[in-house]
Design a protein around this ligand. Structure first.
Ligand SMILES: Cc1cc2nc3c(=O)[nH]c(=O)nc-3n(C[C@H](O)[C@H](O)[C@H](O)COP(=O)(O)OP(=O)(O)OC[C@H]3O[C@@H](n4cnc5c(N)ncnc54)[C@H](O)[C@@H]3O)c2cc1C
Length: 432
């Protein structure tokens, strides 16, 4: 095959599908390559789908997308060994005609999204790994794959090949992923009858609950856990920085086992049948780890560009938005009959900078470094908070003033007064 396309998209995750669909719908000739047997088979996510990002690509996606539950309640739990302290936000306003967040299962979702690419006229080829970019000098002009047949050429190649973007690395567009900039997450799906899921979480119909979890369960490593309700299952997972796993010598699966056994979690998954286990990396280096996003004949989107907001556990929406913006850049250049050279593809970076993607990453740009150098945020504070709650809630004849004094004393003893002030300042700086 010695064909030339307007664009080649590598990968059929949210970023690749968003890019391929947007360009195919605009009438461009698009080839999309995916190494999995079908789109979604290689992909791992919690997974919460943020409707807004998809709505900007497929406004009527709710008509036929495989959605599990729409989220009406978010819980945030900070665990110690036996207890948790937390907050809930639940609102009937989330029961609108156009819910804002859904739980999904990536395998059927990615397959559905890919179906839309095909329906829009994109050529999608699965079970095909792109092995190398073809370059003429610095300009990317096509790709090699592991299939027999010739090279394939295009005016532009959009790399949406996920966190470990080997292609970009091979081409020298970015370096090795650093262990401190990437989390390793593991998750399981536990199947339960629909009515059990509903009664355990006090929900009806397709309403859903998500629980974001921090604290003792990560053994002081930088990381979080999560529990999401699907129609007839519960997804449970945990992830920590790879550098911390290495240092601590703990296997991710051990953490997941401990999470499942925690007294706050065990009753929620009791009796479930575990049918799926998966592990995946998440780029969590934030703003400072984002590589060069474009060059002559290429752009990079989604996880392969490190576009994940770990604080808010948002990744698929950044992936879809960056895929869409990359595609819109190509469409605009085609309309203006301009070539896909670096100076023109700079529009992609400008559009990303102007979107929530870069604005949010910039907001938290100091956070990865601050969390990394202050591990007590993940060990000392969860314990102190849980102990404080326990002290206040135990009715044991001790007066409340004395209890408050005990609590204040335990905070100062653990962190010192200046330590507490410093921590407050660091958190302010990290999240302002
Ligand atoms: C445990 C976990 C929980 C998460 N939870 C959430 C969540 O709740 N909400 C959220 O928004 N985000 C979440 N994320 C992040 C989210 O999954 C990612 O940000 C998102 O999947 C990125 O999409 P992508 O298209 O960039 O990459 P991917 O989804 O990784 O897709 C890349 C695709 O490229 C293919 N590919 C790779 N190399 C090649 C090649 N050489 N040739 C051909 N094909 C190739 C892969 O097979 C894959 O299909 C979570 C991630 C993990 C690991």
């Amino acid at each position: 095959m010695a064909e030339k396309f307007d664009a080649i998209v590598v990968g059929a995750g949210p970023a690749g599908n968003a890019a391929a669909y947007t360009m195919a719908k605009a009438g461009l000739s698009v080839l999309q390559l995916e190494r999995g047997e079908t789109p979604g088979t290689k992909n791992v996510q919690g997974a919460i789908l943020y409707a807004d990002a998809l709505e900007r690509i497929i406004p009527d996606f709710r008509d036929d997308a495989p959605l599990e539950r729409h989220v009406i309640e978010q819980r945030m739990w900070v665990l110690d060994e036996k207890s948790f302290i937390g907050t809930n936000y639940r609102s009937d306003a989330f029961n609108s005609d156009q819910p804002n967040r859904y739980t999904i299962l990536r395998a059927p979702f990615d397959k559905w999204f890919s179906g839309k690419v095909k329906a829009a006229g994109g050529l999608v080829i699965c079970e095909t790994t792109v092995t190398e970019l073809i370059q003429e000098g610095k300009k990317v002009i096509g790709i090699h794959t592991d299939r027999e047949g010739g090279d394939i050429y295009a005016d532009v190649v959009i790399l949406a090949d996920g966190v470990n973007s080997l292609l970009a690395k091979k081409a020298g567009f970015h370096g090795e992923l650093e262990a401190k900039n990437v989390a390793l997450a593991v998750k399981e799906i536990h199947f339960l009858p629909e009515e059990v899921v509903q009664s355990r979480f006090n929900i009806k119909g397709n309403e859903g609950v998500v629980i974001e979890i921090a604290g003792a369960v990560t053994h002081g490593m930088v990381g979080t856990a999560f529990l999401y309700t699907n129609k007839e299952s519960i997804t449970l997972g945990i992830g920590c920085l790879l550098s911390d796993f290495k240092k601590a010598g703990i296997a991710p699966y051990t953490l997941l086992e401990e999470l499942k056994a925690h007294p706050a979690i065990a009753p929620l998954i009791a009796g479930g049948e575990m049918k799926e286990y998966a592990a995946h990396l998440i780029p969590e280096g934030g703003y400072k780890a984002v590589p060069t996003l474009y060059g002559d004949g290429w752009m990079i989107a989604g996880d392969s560009a490190g576009l994940v907001n770990a604080v808010h556990r948002e990744g698929s929406n950044l992936a879809m938005t960056s895929g869409r913006l990359a595609a819109e850049t190509v469409i605009a250049l085609k309309e203006m009959k301009l070539p896909c050279t670096a100076p023109h593809l700079a529009r992609y970076k400008a559009a990303l900078d102007d979107s929530f993607v870069m604005k949010d990453l910039r907001k938290y740009k100091e956070l990865p470094e601050i969390l990394h150098s202050n591990p007590h945020f993940f060990s000392v504070y969860p314990q102190l908070l849980n102990r404080a709650a326990h002290t206040m809630l135990m009715v044991d004849g001790q007066d409340k003033h004395s209890k408050e004094k005990t609590i204040r004393g335990s905070f100062v003893q653990q962190r010192s007064l200046w330590g507490l002030v410093g921590d407050a300042y660091r958190m302010w700086r990290a999240t302002r």
